[in-house]
Design a binder for this molecule. Structure first.
Ligand code: G1P
Length: 290
């Protein structure tokens, strides 16, 4: 089976869960410590063997393109000042992989965003990563999906168990665990109520999709919230017996959620060699004074 070379990352969303910070800047550029969320996601993709990253972008998202592009003035200044470490660090971002940008003119939903990438993806299987979901770097999430795709030969969604009261935030699968790396998906529903949820296994922003998905996306009708839902096209794949789920063991942070974003910042900072020890001592002091 061919390697997965391309990843699609939709970044056109308005970031309304994170106002006012996202009034004039893309939510994807908010940092986890000192690295934008989108860079964490792109690095996860590259780590899993992705060569080309296709960002589905929109108005007001120029900072993302600039972040992955050459920053001539900055590089020249750092070079003249002899700041080689900083220079290397920012040049490495440009060299992560190949970047392509397609525009999603209107916010018509995740299914529509993926369809916008079709001409750039072509007729090969590809990864899809949602930018709000960030996983612990020590345990790369996408690599697990690519393995499951190669074993199963079908499209794969990454899943984790969530509390019953949270199922209405996610796509939920009926995919009985079988002890293997991947499980056949019998049914997938977008944001069901707890009463109607087929399980507590939620799709958590990582997918490997075969080009068959475009066939179903092209036929989509607006679904939940009047948007073209990727989950509705995935449901068609499930009906055809062409969808699998694989559990993602890595810890996940929903960085579009303010509390989770704060937790991610604290935990990522604690793991840093340069900041961790001092930050830990500071936090210990804090807990005694609150
Ligand atoms: C999207 C998908 C949903 C998935 C979720 C993961 O929802 O539609 O199926 O479970 O991402 O984060 P959103 O968070 O964009 O509402």
């Amino acid at each position: 089976m061919k390697p997965i070379r391309k990843a699609v990352i939709p970044v056109a969303g308005l970031g309304t869960r994170f106002l006012p910070a996202t009034k004039a800047q893309p939510k994807e550029m908010l940092p986890l410590v000192d690295k934008p969320v989108i860079q964490h996601v792109v690095e996860e993709a590259i780590h899993a063997g992705i060569e080309s990253v296709i960002l589905v972008t929109g108005r007001g998202k120029g900072a993302i393109e600039n972040h992955f592009d050459v920053a001539y003035e900055l590089e020249d200044t750092l070079s003249r000042r002899g700041r080689q470490d900083d220079l290397r660090q920012i040049q490495a971002i440009t060299q992560l992989g190949r970047f392509a940008y397609v525009r999603q003119g209107e916010p018509l939903g995740l299914g529509h965003a993926v369809l916008c990438a079709q001409p750039t993806v072509g007729s090969e299987s590809f990864a899809l990563l949602l930018g709000d979901d960030v996983f612990d770097e020590a345990d790369p999430a996408l690599s697990a999906l690519i393995k499951a795709h190669h074993e199963s030969g079908v499209s794969v969604v990454g899943v984790q168990q969530v509390p019953l009261e949270h199922v209405s935030r996610y796509g939920i699968v009926n995919a009985p665990p079988n002890g293997d790396r991947w499980w056949k998906v019998h049914q997938i529903v977008e944001k069901p109520s707890p009463e109607l949820a087929p399980s507590c296994w939620a799709v958590v922003g990582r997918y490997v999709l075969t080009p068959r998905i475009f066939h179903h996306l092209l036929a989509l009708q607006p679904g939940v919230g009047g948007e073209y839902q990727l989950t509705d096209a995935l449901a068609k794949l499930a009906e055809e017996g062409l969808l699998a789920a694989t559990p993602i063991p890595a810890k996940r942070y929903d960085t579009g959620n303010k509390l989770d974003y704060l937790k991610a910042n604290v935990e990522f900072a604690l793991k840093r060699e340069d900041l961790g020890p001092e930050f830990k001592a500071y936090l210990k002091g804090l807990t005694t004074s609150f």
